[in-house]
Write a protein that binds this ligand. Structure first.
Ligand code: ZN
Ligand code: ZN
Length: 418
């Protein structure tokens, strides 16, 4: 009789709805709802009350038709959930209105309880114990999720939902979080522009005299060229550009470099990516080119960031002294392990460490005007300009040291990203 005794104690406190009653026994049986559990217990108690007079708040039996009793009372609001479960239709309608203009495939519902609701629940647990119970928060979120799923035909995803709907009962509000949209692609860069958007260091993007009130250091970047049509198509508020490896402004990239573009708070997700790709390639012709445009996810973005690809570079160098064909032979010894300290030009923002990086192959030719064309296949993470200049002996060996002359880097191009 443990269940019945417990239920009586709960129903003595005033009107408690089927959900709140059944929830106290949520850990008994699976495959039924708390509402089912509550209904079953209420029916049992109602039957019993025809035989013996139970000390139960009469409102709990408002919807019962008794044979031997005539007393009838009005159903009132559940004092535990304050009527939430009686108003599920109304609440879900409100949620559906909030999300009606959004495109999404998956969602997740969260609930923040008010202090009152937390207190109600604690009071109930004090009288009935917590051995078989479940929290009101959990049931609310689950039952709302079921309704929204049925109405929208979208899936619940607890881990990486497109949108998160928070029923904030503390503020009596519905708060939406629109998660980012991730699109994978690969780019080539034919002109000297930065990979990502650089905010003006003086105004941090707000606009000032120095940046001509644009908020940006450079007019354009691979990110901006790809972003503009993306933001137009998605009505997102901004983008983040995650390239596989960084690229200096003065470096061309003639091999396909993978990237993931993250659209922040997109309203639309159903995109014609093929069409978008064509638009970008048409409007950015001769600046950049993209391909392999497809939907991606946060997990792939993390993999992309953790994956450090080898590369083939083409360097155009201007040695200070005259170089001969015979000198070029000396560069064969570059196929080795390079010891490189963090370059002076990035030391202020990177940890000053000594790294070891391999060079797999070297090909070089001498031009008529005493310039060197050097093609190198290198391990990821080698600072290539410093390999040429030596960076004040911080990179060893270097092209400069091997040829025993100062070297100026005229041009650097990425030929292939593996
Ligand atoms: Zn209730
Ligand atoms: Zn500025």
């Amino acid at each position: 009789m443990q269940i019945i005794d417990n239920a009586k104690r709960i129903l003595k406190t005033g009107y408690v709805c089927d959900n709140c009653l059944g929830r106290q026994f949520a850990q008994l049986l699976s495959g039924c709802t708390n509402k089912d559990r509550g209904r079953a217990i209420r029916l049992t108690l109602a039957m019993q009350s025809e035989l013996t007079d139970e000390k139960i708040a009469p409102a709990n039996f408002a919807d019962m038709v008794f044979r031997n009793k005539t007393a009838k009372t009005e159903e009132t609001t559940c004092h535990v959930c304050e009527g939430l479960f009686q108003n599920m239709a109304k609440i879900s309608k409100k949620i559906l209105k909030e999300i009606q203009d959004l495109e999404y495939n998956t969602f997740h519902i969260g609930v923040r309880l008010s202090d009152n609701l937390l207190k109600n629940e604690e009071n109930l647990w004090e009288s009935s114990g917590i051995e078989t119970t479940e929290s009101i928060k959990k049931e609310l979120a689950r039952e709302l999720g079921k309704i929204i799923q049925k109405k929208t035909k979208k899936e619940v995803d607890l881990k990486t939902p497109d949108i998160v709907i928070l029923l904030n009962l503390d503020k009596n509000a519905i708060e939406l979080t629109i998660n980012s949209l991730y699109i994978y692609g690969r780019y080539k860069k034919y002109i000297k522009i930065p990979q990502t958007k650089h905010y003006c260091p003086d105004c941090h993007g707000n606009g000032c005299d120095k940046c001509n009130w644009k908020g940006l250091t450079y007019d354009t970047s691979v990110q901006q060229l790809v972003s503009e049509p993306m933001l137009e198509a998605t009505s997102g508020i901004d983008t983040k550009f995650h390239g596989q490896g960084r690229e200096d402004i003065d470096v061309l990239c003639l091999g396909w470099r993978p990237f993931v573009i993250e659209v922040i708070e997109p309203i639309k997700r159903q995109l014609d990516l093929e069409k978008l790709k064509t638009i970008i390639n048409k409007t950015c012709a001769k600046k950049i080119e993209i391909d392999s445009f497809r939907y991606s996810c946060k997990k792939e973005l993390q993999e992309l960031k953790n994956n450090h690809p080898d590369k083939i570079y083409l360097l155009t160098l201007k040695p200070k002294n005259k170089i001969t064909e015979k000198d070029l032979k000396k560069l064969d010894s570059l196929v080795c392990t390079i010891i490189q300290e963090t370059p002076q030009r990035v030391k202020h923002r990177r940890a000053d460490i000594k790294r070891k990086r391999s060079i797999y192959s070297v090909k070089c030719t001498l031009t008529k005007d005493n310039c060197l064309k050097v093609e190198l296949k290198t391990q990821a993470g080698l600072y290539i300009k410093e390999l040429a200049t030596g960076d004040g002996e911080r990179t060893k060996p270097s092209i400069s040291a091997l040829l025993d002359t100062e070297i100026e880097v005229l041009d650097l191009t990425v030929l292939e990203v593996f």
